[in-house]
Design a protein around this ligand. Structure first.
Ligand SMILES: [Zn+2]
Length: 450
């Protein structure tokens, strides 16, 4: 396991049955279809979104339609602006572009800063999300003959939409929801599921626990773990451990709440997540600092920006997703032509030590090598809201159980971080319970209160 290749039970003939054409189209074909979809979407936005009408007017954009190739002329949309749009015209805001009675589903966003916000969908929007999600999950290798135990809740967050996706794929679904470890373990031991959907934090927690209590965990019927909700499933040190303990292949998916709850899916080749939104969402890559457009090509590191091509209720135009990604390639042995990428972390989590950009995921990778003396979870404590951090960088590392860890462990991790990342860190070991509920996401960086 873990060496790539096909998942057990894969049958290639039926691969991409959902959107084979969209997912294997050439770059030119994809652009042509997107440009056509954008023409209709652009008029919809101009005519029906008060938020964008005002935004474009303020940016001096004329009323004549903007072609897809001219998209970079339009201003970016930030998460904060979308939130303000909600607040100025509650409950759905000035970007609601359809009559109220056409809103058929409402999700709340997790609201990492302040109050939660809402996302409204029409029936057609729900279908678009299901279509993108189906491509995403299907690409990970979840097909109709699989049995999927999902630890994603039905709501309030957008990950709940996964339940529609699994129904569309016609997989057997075992909904458990977050925070019920005993039921997950029962489900896996009893053999009712061969696939697990979880955050990487929870998958790690499960692997750590089963490693201690069940040395035969790799013989469970579980063959496949799909992680989502946060980066981690793509970090080799995290992935290898979960794969080794559970005897399962790990690949990851990623979504952006305001765009689509799943938008990227990693195929069994495990070489990064494919963009799965062809024809429905238009992606751009920009420099995280200057916001200048960048080419989507192997090795490029930038922030992804999204424009909806088929969204009725709350369309987004050049939405800054906040995720910094590295492009891994633009073709794949699986035949999909959607580019592949790995998420390095949130733009807000990035910090600068002596002029060098650092993502908490790099620290996570080093800490993970100290398993089983650590659980694999860690976070950076930043002194203030600024992006510049002077060494030593403070890192909290979770250790198993209630112990405070071995005396020399912190020093050993510090030495390893120093040699790998070239700056000094100060490591504090924290017992497991101090990190909070492991079924939920782990914040990769926190700011010192006060
Ligand atoms: Zn692939």
């Amino acid at each position: 396991m873990g060496s790539g290749g096909r998942l057990p039970g894969d049958d290639c003939d039926r691969d991409w049955i959902w959107s084979r054409e969209a997912e294997t189209a050439s770059a030119q074909e994809t652009f042509g279809r997107a440009a056509q979809a954008w023409r209709a979407q652009a008029s919809h936005v101009q005519e029906n979104s008060g938020f964008y009408r005002r935004k474009f007017r303020e940016a001096g954009i004329s009323r004549s339609p903007v072609r897809l190739e001219d998209l970079p002329r339009l201003p970016f949309t930030s998460k904060e602006e979308l939130k303000q749009a909600i607040e100025e015209e509650p409950p759905f805001g000035s970007n609601l572009s359809v009559p109220l009675e056409r809103v058929k589903r409402v999700y709340q966003t997790s609201g990492t800063t302040g109050a939660p916000s809402v996302i409204a969908l029409t029936a057609a929007d729900m279908e678009t999300w299901t279509e993108i999600g189906t491509r995403t999950y299907y690409s990970t290798g979840i097909h109709d003959h699989h049995s999927v135990l999902s630890t994603f809740g039905a709501g309030p967050f957008v990950a709940g939409h996964t339940h529609f996706v699994l129904s569309r794929i016609e997989a057997r679904t075992v909904p458990v929801g977050p925070g019920d470890t005993e039921r997950v373990i029962f489900g896996l031991r009893s053999g009712i599921a061969d696939t697990l959907l979880a955050t990487p934090s929870f998958a790690q927690y499960l692997a750590n626990r089963l490693e201690q209590t069940d040395p035969e965990a790799h013989t469970l019927r579980l063959t496949h773990v799909v992680t989502g909700g946060e980066p981690g499933g793509g970090i080799p040190e995290v992935r290898d451990h979960i794969e080794a303990v559970l005897g399962a292949t790990v690949n990851e998916i990623m979504g952006i709440g305001d765009v689509s709850p799943s938008l990227f899916g990693e195929c069994p080749n495990q070489q990064g997540m494919h963009f799965s939104g062809a024809g429905l969402v238009w992606p751009e890559l920009v420099d995280p600092k200057t916001q200048e457009p960048m080419e989507i090509e192997s090795g490029a590191v930038g922030e992804l920006v999204y424009t909806s091509l088929r969204r009725e209720a709350m369309p987004v135009v050049r939405f800054l997703g906040g995720d910094i990604v590295r492009i891994e390639g633009t073709s794949c042995d699986c035949g999909r032509t959607g580019f592949r990428m790995r998420c390095l972390g949130r733009r807000d989590d990035m910090f600068i030590v002596r002029g060098v950009n650092v993502y908490p995921s790099a620290i996570l990778a080093v800490v993970g090598e100290f398993r089983p003396r650590v659980t694999g979870r860690a976070r950076v404590v930043r002194p203030d809201a600024g992006t510049n951090v002077d060494p030593p960088v403070e890192v909290e590392v979770e250790v198993p159980g209630d112990s405070a860890g071995e005396a020399s462990l912190a020093e050993q991790i510090e030495a390893s971080l120093r040699s790998r990342l070239t700056f000094r860190c100060r490591v504090e070991l924290l017992p497991e319970h101090a990190f909070g509920d492991s079924a939920y996401k782990t914040s990769l960086s926190v700011r010192r209160p006060g």
